[in-house]
Design a protein around this ligand. Structure first.
Ligand SMILES: [Fe+2]
Ligand SMILES: [Fe+2]
Length: 277
């Protein structure tokens, strides 16, 4: 499935041809581990989007506006993120066997993602999706800011802009369902919290594990190694994480206005620590 090329949508804002891949110097990153893990893990997750979104599209059956947008815009864009990141990884780290490692990752991940749990109502699911897009928008914004390599910085900025647009769509649909279903703030917080807890969950650990084992044949991966890998880029992330944007995207569905900021600060700090592996 990973090899599936998305059907090009005429409204996509960029394509793989938008970037000068030849300008990437394959010796640029060298053994800079943090960047490799971040970009390669993201390529795995994005390119697998179709695996764990089928039930999302099913959940909105009958709402043609939503299912059409999901199927014809959102999904092709997420898959394009995966294709572009794969292209980046295979160009910048030419020794890395993307296809082989992805296949190993997928064989473990497929069972895990088949069980993606959706929220009990459509409004809650839309609120949950806002959190996902907040997470990816924050991740790619950070990645774009910390990349000293211009093509990656450009690519990350393009993806971040897509994720912000996705957020806006999900937010609009959220509002519509919130009104229709009369969802209270309590329920919305619960849905968002469920999703926040999933950020940097088991899926990222599985991706990093396969990446690590590919780079260190025979070595055993464990939590300690996972933590060490994450620590390697923590400082740069802390300085460049888009705190304000993240807080705004989290608070918007809750309509807390200015009052909410004191409530959001600790959450944003947690997200900042977890969103970027
Ligand atoms: Fe994406
Ligand atoms: Fe997205």
């Amino acid at each position: 499935m990973g090899a599936m090329i998305p059907i090009p949508s005429t409204q996509q804002h960029w394509s793989l041809d938008s970037f000068d891949w030849n300008a990437i110097d394959p010796t640029r990153w060298g053994e800079r581990d943090g960047m490799f893990y971040m970009v390669a893990a993201a390529s795995f997750m994005e390119i697998t989007t179709d695996r764990y979104t089928r039930n999302l599209i099913d959940k909105f059956a009958g709402d043609d506006e939503v299912t059409e947008w999901l199927g014809q815009h959102w999904l092709p864009e997420e898959l394009q993120h995966g294709e572009a990141l794969r292209r980046y990884v295979t160009t910048a780290w030419p020794d890395f066997e993307w296809d082989r490692v992805y296949a190993a990752f997928l064989s473990e991940f497929a069972a895990y993602c088949a069980a993606e749990r959706l929220e009990p109502t459509r409004a809650r699911e839309m609120a949950s999706r806002c959190v996902v897009e907040m997470g990816t928008a924050s991740f790619y914004t950070t990645l774009g800011r910390i990349s000293s390599e211009p093509i990656l910085a450009e690519l990350a900025a393009c993806i971040a802009a897509d994720e912000v647009r996705h957020y806006k769509h999900f937010y609009r649909y959220f509002r519509r369902y919130q009104k229709a279903e009369r969802t209270g703030r309590h329920s919305i917080v619960a849905a968002m919290w469920n999703r926040l807890r999933m950020i940097d969950g088991e899926d990222n650990v599985i991706a990093v594990k396969h990446l690590y084992e590919a780079r260190h044949p025979g070595a055993r991966f464990d939590r300690r190694i996972y933590k060490r890998i994450r620590r390697s880029s923590r400082e740069a992330i802390r300085r460049h994480f888009p705190h304000r944007m993240c807080a705004g995207m989290l608070l918007r569905p809750l309509e807390l206005g200015r009052r909410g900021h004191q409530f959001a600060v600790p959450i944003v700090e947690t997200v900042a620590r977890r969103v970027v592996p």
